[in-house]
Design a protein around this ligand. Structure first.
Ligand code: FAD
Length: 369
C-alpha cells in the first residue's frame, strides 16, 4: 500500500518535494496551500502585458546537477549577469561586488586605498559592521553596505546582525570581468510564464488542496486538522515557518517582508546591457530595481520595472540574527522522525534560494528511499 505524505505549503520547496516523491513512486501525496495558486512569489503574473515575479527569482546555482535536473523539466536559458549599485555620495553607479576599477574612479580613492592597505583580519567578527569593515574598510562599507543593510533588515544598527554566511556577494573586491556570479550558473526559464509549468509538473500526481489552511497541528503524531477533520500521515514535509507548527511555543520567529511596486516605462529597454538588478545603497526607502525583460526576454516597445521596499508585509526574509536562528533550531530539533522542514522559511535561513529548495527536496527523498 502507498505511504502517505503531507506537504505543507505549495511554494517552490513544496512543489519540488511533491515532484521528488512522485519520481520515487509509492507515495500518496497531499499538498496543502493557503493561497489559491502554487509557486508563491516565484509564480509569474502579468502587468501591462509583461510577465513578472515577486522580485527577481532568477535561477542561480553552484550545482551542475541541480541545474541539469530543473532544465530537464523546464528548459532554462543561461544568463550573463552584472549587478550595479547606486551610491548617492558619489552620484555614481558602481558594480557589485565592489570592483577595483570603480574604486579608481572614486573622488576619495586615496582614502579608500589607505583603508584597504590598513585592513586587519579579525578572527571572529562579532557583528556585520565589523565583518564588512575588516574586509573593505570604513569608506566602502559606508558607500555600499551600511544603509543598504539597515533598510534590508529593518534594523537601526548593523551591529544587531551577528551572522555572515548569508552574505557571500561582496566581501571580496573584484578585478577583471564584472560578471556578478562567475562561479555559479545563472539562468532563467525560457517559457514566457517562467517557472509556472514546473509547479504543475511537480504536483501532477499529488492531491493539491489550494486555498486551504491547516487548523491544528499535532506534529509528534504527524496529524493535522483540516476542515474539522483529523488526518494522520506517514511523512510530513513542511515548508512554512516552524514556529507555526508548534503554536509559537518558543516565541514567534521574526521575518522581514516586502512591498513590490511595478511600473511600465515608455522605452524598449532601460538598464545597461547585462544589468538585471540595480541596488540602491543609500537612504532611499527601496533596496532594488529589477528590469524583468532582462530575465524573460519579453518583446515589447515598453519595459516593466519592479521596485522593492522592505516592510512588515509578509514572511519573506528570515532574519540573520543568531538568537532567532537558535530559536528556529529549537523548533526544528522537536521534529520527530519522518517530519522534515525544508525551504527558506522551513529552514529559517535567508540563504535558502530556489536551487536549495530543489536540493533539499532531493535530500528528503533520498532519506525516504
Ligand atoms: C523578493 C524575493 C526575491 C527573491 N529572488 C530570488 C532569486 O532571484 N533567486 C533565487 O534563487 N531565490 C530568490 N528568492 C528566494 C527564493 O525565491 C525562495 O527561497 C523560494 O522561492 C522559497 O520557496 P519556499 O517554498 O521555501 O517558500 P515560499 O515561497 O514562501 O512558499 C511557502 C508556501 O507556503 C504557503 N503557506 C504559508 N503558510 C501556510 C499555511 N499555514 N498553510 C498552508 N500553506 C501555507 C505560502 O502561501 C507559500 O505558497 C527571493 C525571495 C524573495 C522574497
Amino acid at each position: 500500500m502507498a505511504k502517505t505524505a503531507l506537504i505543507i505549503g505549495g511554494g517552490f520547496a513544496g512543489c519540488a518535494a511533491a515532484h521528488q516523491l512522485a519520481l520515487q513512486g509509492g507515495w500518496k501525496v497531499t499538498l496543502v496551500e493557503k493561497l489559491p495558486f502554487l509557486g508563491a512569489g516565484v509564480r509569474t503574473s502579468w502587468y501591462g502585458g509583461h510577465p513578472y515575479t515577486f522580485g527577481p527569482r532568477h535561477f542561480l546555482t553552484p550545482w551542475e546537477e541541480v541545474f541539469g535536473f530543473l532544465h530537464e523539466y523546464l528548459p532554462l536559458r543561461k544568463l550573463k549577469h552584472e549587478f550595479i549599485t547606486y551610491v548617492e555620495q558619489d552620484e555614481a553607479f558602481y558594480n557589485f561586488p565592489i570592483h577595483m576599477d570603480d574604486i579608481e574612479t572614486m573622488p576619495d580613492r586615496e582614502k579608500v586605498h589607505a583603508e584597504l592597505d590598513a585592513r586587519k583580519t579579525i578572527e571572529q567578527p562579532s557583528n556585520f559592521e565589523e565583518y564588512w569593515i575588516q574586509a573593505v574598510g570604513e569608506t566602502l562599507y559606508a558607500k555600499y553596505v551600511d544603509e543598504y543593510s539597515k533598510k534590508m533588515w529593518m534594523v537601526e544598527d548593523n551591529k544587531e546582525i551577528d551572522t555572515f554566511s548569508w552574505s557571500p556577494k561582496g566581501v571580496t573586491i573584484k578585478e577583471g570581468p564584472r560578471e556578478a556570479w562567475e562561479e555559479r550558473i545563472s539562468a532563467y526559464p525560457l517559457a514566457p510564464d517562467g517557472y509556472n509549468a514546473y509547479f504543475d509538473i511537480g504536483t501532477a500526481d499529488a492531491n493539491v488542496r489550494l486555498s486551504t489552511t491547516i487548523e491544528q497541528y499535532d506534529i509528534p503524531n504527524r496529524t493535522v486538522v483540516i476542515d474539522g477533520q483529523k488526518e494522520q500521515y506517514d511523512v510530513i514535509v513542511n515548508t512554512i515557518s516552524p514556529d507555526v507548527l508548534f503554536e509559537h511555543c518558543y516565541g514567534e520567529l521574526p521575518f522581514v517582508g516586502r512591498d513590490l511596486h511595478k511600473f511600465v516605462l515608455p522605452m524598449e529597454e532601460c538598464f545597461p546591457k547585462d544589468v538585471f538588478f540595480i541596488y540602491y545603497a543609500g537612504k532611499e526607502k527601496f533596496t532594488r530595481l529589477v528590469e524583468y525583460k532582462r530575465f524573460t526576454q519579453h518583446q515589447s516597445p515598453t519595459t516593466l520595472i519592479g521596485l522593492e521596499i522592505p516592510s512588515k508585509n509578509g514572511r519573506h526574509y528570515p532574519v540573520p540574527i543568531q538568537s532567532e536562528i537558535k530559536k528556529a533550531q529549537r523548533y526544528l530539533a522537536d521534529l520527530p522522525d519522518n517530519v522534515f522542514s525544508i525551504g527558506r522559511n522551513g529552514s529559517y535561513l535567508y540563504e535558502v534560494d530556489i536551487d536549495d529548495c530543489i536540493k533539499q527536496s532531493m535530500d528528503v527523498a533520498a532519506k525516504l528511499s
